[in-house]
Design a binder for this molecule. Structure first.
Ligand SMILES: [Zn+2]
Length: 244
């Protein structure tokens, strides 16, 4: 997949998961006092966000994606940067507690994790800035292995950092997504790939930059819109469904 598909696609999954879990954790019939939150390294995932907090979160993450993928030029880029930093500052000041800002920053780390493995490609979003690294590592080798995933998860666990955990999660999703591509990946590189028998097939494969990938990208955009639409709809008085 191209970087933008990885980032936008994985963020769509994170977006839906966050909204879905928050709605679940704050259902009226959840008996647990104060909600049914998931504790991760001291962070209560699923705490409700106000409409403003959600809007600021989406704004910050969107600006980060636009900056990351060089969309827009000159003044527009400056505006994106100012909006992103301003959004984070506003979240810090107006949000109830630190959760809204923390979850927003986690999404930025997550997005970064979804494009990090392709640092082994000179033409990738990050790889073009660090050509000594991207030229030295053959594409889809060591950066696309289970070893890096284990290392990232281990460091996140050891440091008890929700940000590193988010980064590791994004990184893992990238590799899983690549494993569905025609070229595939070698999970246990440099251990040679186990050869499939002729005639065996995988039910879903796509070509990088091809039609299938485009479908995934468009579907991700639709999922983002549906998530945002749900929040807007649920903020209009339909409080039984709302929950953010
Ligand atoms: Zn990749």
């Amino acid at each position: 997949m191209l970087g933008r598909t990885h980032a936008v696609g994985s963020l769509a999954l994170a977006h839906a998961a966050l909204i879905g879990y928050t709605a679940y954790a704050n259902r009226n019939d959840v008996a647990v006092e104060g909600g049914n939150y998931l504790e991760v390294f001291g962070l209560s995932i699923g705490e409700p966000l106000s409409f403003t907090e959600y809007g600021l979160m989406v704004g910050v993450v969107s600006c980060f994606i636009l900056i990351l993928f060089n969309i827009g030029s000159g003044r527009l880029r400056l505006l994106q940067l100012v909006t992103m930093i301003g959004g984070m500052g506003t979240l810090y000041l107006v949000a109830e507690g630190t959760y809204p800002l923390t979850i927003t920053l986690m999404l930025l780390f997550f997005a970064l994790g979804t494009i990090l493995p392709d640092i082994d490609s000179e033409t990738s979003t990050l790889g073009r800035y660090v050509t000594p690294i991207s030229r030295a590592i053959p594409h889809r080798t060591i950066t696309h292995t289970i070893w890096i995933v284990l290392l990232a998860a281990g460091v996140a666990w050891y440091t008890e950092s929700v940000y590193l955990l988010a980064l590791a999660l994004g990184y893992t999703l990238h590799i899983v997504e690549d494993s569905f591509s025609k070229q595939g990946i070698r999970w246990f590189y440099p251990v040679p790939k186990w050869r499939r028998k002729r005639g065996s097939y995988r039910s879903f494969v796509y070509e990088t930059g091809g039609f299938g990938e485009n479908v995934v990208f468009q579907a991700a955009v639709v999922l983002h819109v549906v998530c945002a639409g749900y929040i807007i709809w649920s903020s209009f008085g339909l409080r039984t469904m709302a929950l953010m």
